[in-house]
Design a protein around this ligand. Structure first.
Ligand SMILES: Cc1ncc(COP(=O)(O)O)c(C=O)c1O
Length: 424
């Protein structure tokens, strides 16, 4: 077991640096090619949903509400609306079920606000001199990419164990009318794995806002539990209604990591006013979603309990992989005192915080030894982690042996980057 690096004498640290350098050299010589970047389901997870490929045949194409093979049904087939209403904790009238990607739904809803404004708002956001989003960070790089693409400025807000740091959020949102939105991954946050507390949800719903402010509540990991007793998540739309701010909540989810990534079904939930507004634009964009796929999902799962049972099987597959990451960290890094690892109870990621100023170097060293990591900084707006500290690890896709090997390399790379830094 390694000792705390900070507590070592400089001679001890120099010896440790030599030892870890040699270890890194040994990994380099192995010619590994491992990838810990991709938050994708593994083949065994995808196999769980193969029933989708056969559960709807010519005899089942008529769903309540019409023939799913034809145009129409802009807001989704009724059975899918019911399923996703339960999934997101709203009424069927408060949900629209769409195509395969929640990323697309989120992108399009922001683009509509940019071009046309939001109900009750001050007109198109794109005509404002300045539009800003709050970005709890570390966060999801593809959220940040939407903002960057549209020219929306981003302000990072620190994340605590129960959600974004609310004093900061309240003070910014109440005082600055350029802040129009905020990203949230409220359950098993990408990448820190935390779930927002009831208090945080209530404060988000109740806080004063200087502008036509919206919360983009990306519940991508709503049902992705790794334990049997998941921490409940308070419903944001309910809380916003109670607070008298019903239009504030825009909630999203999909089955991308429930069934097939890229061939699942996505949904948005919000007040009836917001849903009507979205549909008024969507009706120009589309003559209707892929209702065949919606029907497949409805038939495959039946109801929310069907989804929950299915997700327990996912958990059985990926739990050992998460265990391999945290086990390696405990054995190899914890005692050095130079890194901390999140302890996710669900979702797809780990968040690894290294000594300040060493994350980019760690990624470089891991790459030299054949392990690809998500670029340092990716979890912060504009790819800029001000402390050069945070790394995201995605353990679902590689197999168990690959994860174990990758973690050996990652732990060595973290140590080497840190010892180099401490050596000046
Ligand atoms: C937080 C979050 N939201 C959305 C997505 C993508 O969802 P979809 O496949 O429905 O576009 C991901 C995928 O990694 C994610 O982590």
């Amino acid at each position: 077991m390694t000792d705390s690096y900070q507590a070592m004498s400089s001679a001890e640290r120099a010896a440790e640096l030599d030892r870890i350098r040699a270890e890194h050299e040994r990994f380099r010589s192995l010619g590994l090619a491992l990838d810990m970047t991709r938050g994708k389901p593994c083949p065994a997870q995808l196999d769980l949903s193969n029933g989708l490929l056969t559960c709807v045949g010519p005899d089942e194409v008529a769903a309540a509400g019409g023939d799913v093979r034809n145009y129409g049904g802009l807001d989704g087939i009724p059975d899918a609306k019911k399923l996703f209403a339960d999934f997101l904790g709203v009424q069927p009238e408060e949900v629209m079920v769409g195509g395969n990607s929640s990323q697309t739904v989120m992108h399009d809803s922001i683009l509509r606000a940019w071009l046309f404004g939001v109900p009750g708002g001050d007109g198109p956001w794109g005509r404002s001199e300045r539009v800003r989003f709050l970005c709890p960070s570390p966060g999801y790089d593809r959220h940040f990419a939407i903002c960057e693409h549209l020219g929306i400025e981003m302000t990072a807000v620190a994340m605590d164990g129960d959600g974004p740091r609310m004093d900061e959020v309240e003070s910014l949102v109440s005082s600055d009318a350029s802040i129009k939105g905020m990203w949230c991954v409220p359950r098993y946050s990408n990448p820190t794995g935390i779930t927002y507390s009831d208090e945080v949800v209530d404060r988000l719903a109740n806080m004063a806002a200087a502008a036509d402010f919206r919360i983009y509540w990306d519940n991508a990991y709503a049902v992705h539990h790794l334990t049997d007793n998941p921490q409940p998540l308070k419903n944001l739309l309910d809380a916003c209604k109670t607070a008298g701010n019903p239009e504030r909540a825009l909630m999203f989810g999909s089955t991308s990591k429930v069934t097939f990534a890229g061939a699942g079904v996505a949904a948005m939930a919000a007040s009836r006013v917001n849903i009507a507004d979205q549909l008024s634009h969507l009706g120009i964009q589309s003559i209707g979603p892929d209702k065949v796929n919606q029907l497949r999902h409805v038939r495959f799962f039946g109801d929310l309990a069907g989804i929950e049972a299915h997700m327990k099987r996912h958990a059985e597959i990926i739990r050992p992989k998460f265990g391999a990451v945290s086990g390696a960290f405990e054995r190899q890094l914890a005692a050095t005192g130079v890194a901390t690892l999140s302890q996710p109870n669900g979702g797809y990621f780990f968040s690894l915080d290294c000594l300040d100023g060493t994350a980019a170097r760690t990624v470089e060293l891991a790459a030299e030894a054949g392990v690809k990591l998500t670029p340092a900084g990716a979890t912060y707006p504009n790819g800029d982690d001000p402390n050069d500290r945070n790394l995201r690890l995605a353990p679902t896709l590689p197999d168990q042996a690959e994860i174990e090997q990758a973690m050996d390399v990652i732990c060595t790379s973290v140590k080497l980057a840190c010892l180099e830094k401490l050596a000046g």
